[in-house]
Design a protein around this ligand. Structure first.
Ligand SMILES: Nc1ncnc2c1ncn2[C@@H]1O[C@H](COP(=O)(O)OP(=O)(O)O)[C@@H](O)[C@H]1O
Ligand SMILES: [Mg+2]
Length: 1053
């Protein structure tokens, strides 16, 4: 969090500064967080409020002048020189430097609402600036007050404020510098020390500051009003000529002075010693000279221009020293050297100059004649020339500054303006000449404007708008303005008339004419018309005007019209611009100075009326330029004639702010849902809805016919604050919308380009693939054509591909089991490899098949193999036996008589099967059991072992090729133990015989016979078994004594 230091300085002002820079070494500095600042400021403001009130509107006894002055006094004592009356700033000249114009102060007032901070000239400046920016209306700040009240200082402060706080580019910086630097130059040539003010402006100044649409100052324009030229030749006691003369003499370099023929001693110059005070303690002419010289360069004066300008200044001093002598009626110049210098500096011929200073031009009978002047006339002519030269040079200077401040943008019309009016204040001297008359007339006009814009127009407006209103009485000085400026009847008209009259108009005829015309006017008095008391303080050649600000006696003496033709011949470039030959030779008399002045004032009023005014009313606390002295009488006088009390009364009764309904609604409609974005109904209803929504209390505003009136500034400021917040949120919304939109655009653009890029990639890939494919096809075709050739580049791809695809195909379609004999056809080149592979594959399948078979199954298969060896393709019922598994035995322990088992003894039985035995004689079938042991085959009947045939004795086994189950076990006939060969029949003949062949190891001794089998029946007798195929199995003794076996044919061979 940023830290700020709050410093309460002796003036009661608060200074805020960043805590880190350590510039403030005060003891009572408090370091606070920035959010504490406001609270601190507010409490500080409350503290300040105890010193009177910041705004006279808050004054309890607001109709009391004493209370008003007391408030001013209290605050002045505490160095609080600024107080408001509503939005009008009252400023009392402190005559000392207060620490209230620092950059920190400027920052504090920047962009802050009027009522939030203590009254200050910066608040007025900032308020005007913001009004200009937000409402787009040109502004003007009118600074009024009498001489020495602080007007010029105020205008400088305002200018500095803009220079520091407004945004600026490099180009603007130049303009700022020039705006600021124009001040010392104009002050050097247009200000002088007077009794009231050591730096009194002796000309009126209206300055436009132009701002571009960004609010940066980009140009300026100055209008000057009636320089007090009489000062060039005469100063009252205690006063000085314009500063520039003293600055040149005190500060000018030796070479320069030599060149100009000047001495470093003001006492030497008649025009500088009339007031008898060439030196002033508060003024340092030498350092001021340096400032002015530099400023001239900044503004853009060339060396030549500066030289010519100084030539003119020097020539005025020389003119003052021109001495006359000779006869009274025929003056001649006695100071030759002066004339020579003069001629050189002014760039004119010596004799022409001499004549111009000693003669006047008269027109007699249509002819121009030069007539000599008397001594008095001659010195008048000399002074008139000096004044004319100086006055016109001053105007030239202003024009030159204007040229350097001109806004040079292309859109030159497109700027807003803040005008600053710092015009000479009302003044009263012992002897008041025509110039004072003009100055005071000007002040009457400004007062009129103030009345028009604040008091009168305000009250007129309430009436027009139908607002109930108690009129406030005030003195309207229009009557005095009319006295001065009315056509035909006004003082200026009479003066014109007198000047135009041919012949020598005397001052008295002018006075008489005045008495005749305006003699009865309440504000006009002459010696003749005055009462005895007034007569004592009036000369006979004077007239008195009762101004709104006081009474002033004016001298009715008029000055001689001088012959200025000589100046047209000057070689000095500035003077040739100042003195226009055509203008001077014009036969028609130009307007008198008074008429010109009147016209320029009328123009000024027009300019000011077209702008929104702010007022700074300056008050001088005492006549002796002393700090801390509060001269109550003097101040009461100023409060009175400045109309501050009336101002306050109108303010108190009135409304601080008013706006036409449409303008108000347009500006604030966004603050109320009912009026946003548009209000369709009556404007006044819209405004009512709006202010009700904003929570305005009934006493805070009034609705007129076309305008809303708001009583207190704070109500409006609160509304402004709300608008500011609302604007931010609207702006944020807009910004967000815009950001979203632009991001979307960006995204779309990006997406499009990414898509395009991606499409490009895809297209390129596709193209590449197509190319590759085409190549492949091309190579393939070529390879196909060359396929029977030796391997060569043309066919290698093809051949490889064919091999590859064969192998891949093989890989996917390998035989699934040992019985599957399928195998893809290999290409020629792979025939051999294919054969190897096929074998390997088969071996592999066999191997893995074998690995999987169990011992039982193996045993079974071995038996089946043996069966196959013996019977395959030999016996008709063999194929039927293949799918039937061999069993280990067909008779188990239960089915064999235990006696038989016992008889077998230790011989382990390997296989037993029920069989049918055919007797050797008669062939009677008898059921028997055939048991196989390790050594012999045993035939058992119930519990009896009928016959045992050792395997060694088994000569052979015979069986038919048909599907019957009859078989013969051959035994040796010589063996007595045996009763002959045994004829048996088994339902499982293949199994039974295979088992016997295995047990007896007689695989090769099984004979498979076709047709018949011979066997021995014992004792050498022979039996025959005939086998014939038939429809069904039939075993019986045939008529021929053979055993006939008919067996069905199962397999067609
Ligand atoms: N705000 C101020 N702070 C300090 N001194 C001031 C201030 N205003 C005026 N003065 C003093 O008063 C003198 C006269 O002020 P100035 O502005 O020239 O008067 P005006 O232009 O009204 O005749 C200045 O030279 C200065 O010394
Ligand atoms: Mg001034």
């Amino acid at each position: 969090m940023m830290e700020l230091k709050i410093q309460l300085i002796p003036t009661g002002e608060i200074i805020l500064s960043p805590g880190k820079n350590g510039e403030n070494h005060c003891h009572n500095c408090k370091v606070v967080a920035s959010d504490g600042v406001r609270a601190m400021m507010e409490s500080a403001l409350t503290a300040r409020d105890r010193v009177g009130v910041q705004d006279f509107v808050l004054l309890e006894n607001y109709t009391s002048e004493a209370a008003f002055i007391e408030n001013l006094r209290k605050r002045f004592k505490e160095n609080l020189i600024y107080t408001y009356i509503g939005s009008v700033l009252v400023s009392v000249n402190p005559y000392k430097d207060l620490e209230i114009y620092t950059k920190n102060h400027m920052e504090r007032y920047r962009g802050v609402n009027f009522y939030e901070v203590s009254p200050h000239i910066y608040a007025v400046a900032d308020n005007s600036y913001r009004s200009m920016r937000t409402e787009g209306k040109d502004q003007c700040i009118l600074i009024s007050g009498e001489s020495g009240a602080g007007k010029t200082e105020a205008s400088k402060k305002i200018l500095q404020y803009y220079a520091v706080t407004c945004p600026a580019s490099e180009q603007v910086q130049t303009v700022k510098d020039r705006l600021l630097q124009s001040n010392p130059v104009l002050e050097a040539f247009g200000n002088a020390k007077t009794l009231r003010n050591d730096n009194s402006s002796r000309f009126g100044k209206y300055m436009d500051i132009q701002f571009d649409f960004k609010g940066a100052p980009v140009g300026g324009h100055i209008i000057n009003y009636l320089l007090e030229k009489s000062r060039v030749v005469h100063q009252n006691h205690g006063e000085r000529n314009f500063h520039i003369f003293y600055q040149l003499i005190e500060g000018g370099e030796e070479d320069l002075l030599r060149h100009l023929g000047l001495e470093r001693n003001p006492q030497q110059y008649q025009y500088l010693i009339k007031g008898n005070c060439p030196k002033v303690s508060s003024i340092n002419d030498r350092s001021d000279w340096k400032v002015v010289r530099k400023a001239l360069t900044v503004i853009g004066f060339s060396e030549n221009e500066v030289e010519e300008l100084l030539n003119i200044i020097a020539s005025v001093l020389h003119l003052g020293n021109v001495q006359y002598g000779g006869e009274d009626s025929n003056a001649c110049i006695t100071s030759d050297i002066q004339i020579k210098y003069l001629a050189r500096l002014l760039g004119v011929n010596v004799s022409v100059l001499t004549e111009a200073l000693t003669h006047k031009k008269i027109i007699a009978k249509g002819e121009e004649l030069m007539s000599p002047l008397n001594l008095e006339q001659a010195s008048s002519a000399r002074d008139a020339l000096a004044k004319a030269v100086y006055g016109r040079t001053f105007t030239w200077l202003v024009n030159k500054i204007n040229a350097s401040l001109t806004y040079t943008s292309d859109s030159s019309k497109n700027y807003s303006v803040i005008g600053l009016l710092d015009i000479y204040g009302f003044e009263v001297f012992q002897h008041n000449s025509f110039e004072q008359f003009c100055i005071n007339y000007c002040n009457e006009k400004l007062q009129q404007l103030f009345i028009e814009l604040t008091l009168k127009s305000e009250q007129d407006e309430y009436e027009a708008e139908g607002i109930t209103w108690e009129p406030v009485q005030y003195f309207n000085n229009k009557i005095i303005c009319d006295l001065v400026e009315e056509k035909f009847k006004g003082i200026i008209s009479i003066l014109d008339e007198e000047c135009l009259r041919p012949g020598d108009a005397s001052d008295l005829t002018f006075l008489e004419k005045l008495e005749d015309t305006v003699g009865g006017h309440a504000h006009f008095v002459t010696h003749k018309l005055a009462d005895a008391k007034t007569r004592k303080v009036m000369g006979r050649d004077e007239f008195r005007l009762l101004h709104y600000a006081g009474e002033v006696n004016y001298n009715a003496k008029r000055t001689l019209r001088v012959c200025l033709q000589v100046m047209c011949m000057s070689e000095n470039k500035i003077l040739t611009q100042c003195f226009n030959r055509e203008e001077l030779s014009d036969k028609k008399r130009p307007d008198t100075a008074a008429t010109q002045f009147k016209a320029s004032l009328a123009k000024l009023m027009e300019i000011l009326m077209s702008k929104e005014p702010s007022y700074v009313r300056c008050i001088k606390p005492n006549d002796s330029k002393q700090s801390g002295r509060f001269d109550e009488v003097l101040i009461r006088h100023q409060v009175k004639y400045l109309g501050l009390m009336e101002n306050l009364r109108v303010r108190r009764a009135g409304f601080a702010y008013r706006r036409r309904y449409e303008v108000f609604l347009q500006r604030y409609k966004s603050l109320c849902p009912g009026t946003w974005p548009n209000w369709d109904g009556k404007l006044s209803d819209g405004v009512s809805t709006l202010v009700k929504h904003l929570g305005y209390k009934p006493e805070e505003y009034k609705m007129g016919r076309s305008k809303i009136f708001i009583r207190f500034p704070k109500t409006l400021f609160a509304t402004e604050d709300a608008l500011e917040t609302r604007k931010h949120s609207l702006a944020t919304k807009l910004q967000a919308g815009w950001k979203g939109y632009s991001q979307k655009c960006k995204y779309q653009k990006l997406r499009n380009s990414v898509q395009a890029w991606w499409r490009g990639i895809l297209a390129r890939r596709r193209a590449q693939r197509r190319r590759q494919a085409a190549n492949t096809i091309r190579r393939f075709i070529k390879g196909f054509i060359y396929r029977h050739k030796e391997r060569c580049p043309e066919n290698e791809y093809f051949l490889d591909y064919v091999r590859y695809s064969f192998l891949m195909n093989l890989c996917k379609n390998l035989p699934k089991n040992v019985l599957d004999k399928s195998w893809p056809t290999p290409p020629a080149a792979l025939t051999e490899a294919s054969e190897h592979l096929r074998k390997m594959c088969m071996q592999n399948m066999v191997w893995s098949y074998c690995k999987k078979i169990s011992p039982e199954w193996k045993h079974q298969m071995e038996q089946k193999m043996i069966a196959s060896e013996i019977f395959k393709d030999k016996k008709d019922n063999y194929p039927q036996s293949v799918p039937k598994l061999f069993v280990s035995t067909r008779l188990d322990g239960e089915n064999i008589n235990p006696k038989v088992v016992q008889a077998l003894g230790s011989e382990k039985m390997k296989y037993a099967v029920p069989v049918t035995k055919y007797d050797r004689r008669g062939y009677k079938p008898r059921p028997r059991q055939l048991l196989l042991t390790a050594n012999s085959a045993v035939i058992a009947e119930e519990g009896k072992l009928k016959q045992r045939i050792d395997y060694g004795a088994l000569k052979g086994i015979s069986v038919s090729s048909l599907s019957d189950g009859v078989f013969v076990l051959h035994v040796p006939s010589e063996d007595n133990k045996q009763k002959g060969d045994v004829v048996l029949q088994s339902d499982h003949v293949i199994e039974t015989l295979t088992k016997i062949a295995i047990c007896a190891d007689k695989i090769n001794t099984i004979n498979i016979n076709q047709g018949s089998i011979k066997f021995t029946m014992g004792q050498g007798k022979e039996g025959i078994i005939d086998f014939t195929p038939g429809s069904e199995l039939l075993v019986a003794k045939a008529k021929n004594g053979h055993l006939s076996v008919t067996a069905p044919r199962l397999n067609s061979r």
